[in-house]
Design a binder for this molecule. Structure first.
Ligand code: DNO
Ligand code: MN
Length: 357
């Protein structure tokens, strides 16, 4: 596995590239141009600027997370033609810059959804939290306000320009069924996968987080069956996955270990993190350790190892510990601990394999 860390860019993150470089076994960053609105073409000079910053520190830019998809594409509106053309231009520029994987998601309106960004845990640390009842009762606008009031940075997926027309968007999605979303996704994939292939870039969809409908919006990348269906929409290795154990793991019915086994050849990017789930649908993002949450991280990593996984991995989110002030879920310390846990498991599987040969 090739370990990387998400980095939000110079001046847009509390974590420095120098610090990322000091985490053992990390070779690169998952990055994005967070100031380019969804749907616009990524300017080549900006791409090259990040490439230079990152490579100067001895890290790679192989994985982009994310190139976001304009709502017109998800809604299947006529405007999608222009936005798909723009997406294609961005893929071509990223290919030229040497990018290997593009992570994206197909969630209507919102990306990840939580009800609290800094929920206090017993040991005094804080973590991202989802309270099922609260979501059912709350107005999406309240959530947008909570998220922007609790973070000094703009949160990816919650950019003001994306949410500006929130009520109009909700109106538009009222007509969109899950089947419509499937066919709009297929339309998008049929256009972009050939271009990605030509540019040697693997497309890697991120599952919906949480993997069920919120605020009545349709969501489709939620389960093993739906991922099987997704992979067949365009049955090509360039149409692949970002398998996120935390997002899918919020539903206890999702068996991540068996998904890794089944989909490994199509997983280009692994997000590994733990979540503790409760019967009422609540969940909290715990440390990566198997014993601390509901996802069997030990077996997830074992399954990747057994499949000879050679794709990119990142620890996804972490808790906020040791007084660190950071973007919600993206501090340095707990993600670094997570990485060391993942390496600890991986190295011992590797050693056992060699010893038994
Ligand atoms: C949560 C995060 C996501 C991810 C996007 C990818 O698990 O990994 O917010 O970055 O959905 O587009
Ligand atoms: Mn993830």
């Amino acid at each position: 596995m090739r370990m990387i860390v998400r980095w939000f860019g110079k001046g847009n993150d509390t974590v420095e590239l120098e610090h990322i470089k000091q985490i053992p076994g990390v070779e690169g960053v998952a990055w994005s141009l967070h100031d380019v609105p969804a749907g616009e073409v990524w300017p080549e000079d900006k791409i090259l600027e990040v490439k230079k910053q990152v490579e100067n520190k001895g890290l790679n830019i192989d994985v982009v997370e994310s190139v976001n998809i304009h709502e017109d594409i998800k809604l299947g509106l006529p405007g999608r033609e222009q936005y798909i053309n723009n997406y294609i231009k961005t893929i071509e520029s990223l290919g030229k810059a040497g990018v290997k994987v593009i992570c994206y998601n197909f969630m209507p309106v919102f990306d990840w959804t939580r009800t609290e960004l800094f929920k206090k845990m017993e040991d005094g640390s804080t973590a991202l939290y989802f309270e099922n009842e609260k979501i059912k009762e709350s107005d999406p606008m309240e959530l947008v306000e909570m998220i922007s009031n609790n973070s000094s940075f703009t949160m990816p997926g919650w950019e003001p320009e994306r949410l500006e027309h929130l009520s109009k968007l909700f109106e538009q999605y009222k007509q969109i069924t899950e089947e419509d979303l499937w066919s709009n996704l297929q339309y998008f994939l049929e256009r972009v996968i050939p271009v990605a292939k030509e540019n040697n870039i693997k497309m890697a969809i991120h599952p919906d987080d949480p993997p069920w409908s919120v605020f009545g919006l349709p969501r489709i990348i939620t389960s093993k069956e739906n991922i099987q269906r997704f992979l067949k929409l365009v049955d090509d290795p360039y149409n692949g996955l970002t398998l996120c154990s935390g997002s899918l793991g919020a539903n206890p019915n999702n068996d991540i270990t068996s998904m890794v086994r089944e989909f490994s050849s199509r997983i280009h990017f692994a997000h590994i993190r733990n979540v503790k789930t409760y019967e009422n649908g609540d969940f909290i993002e715990t440390s990566h350790r198997t014993d601390d949450g509901s996802v069997d991280i030990y077996n997830v990593v074992k399954s990747y190892h057994k499949s000879n996984f050679s794709g990119y991995v990142r620890p996804d989110h972490g808790r906020h510990i040791w007084g660190e002030k950071s973007r919600p879920g993206y501090g340095l310390y707990d993600r670094a601990l997570g990485i060391m846990y993942l390496w600890g498991l991986w190295d011992s599987f590797e050693r056992l394999k060699k010893e038994s040969q």
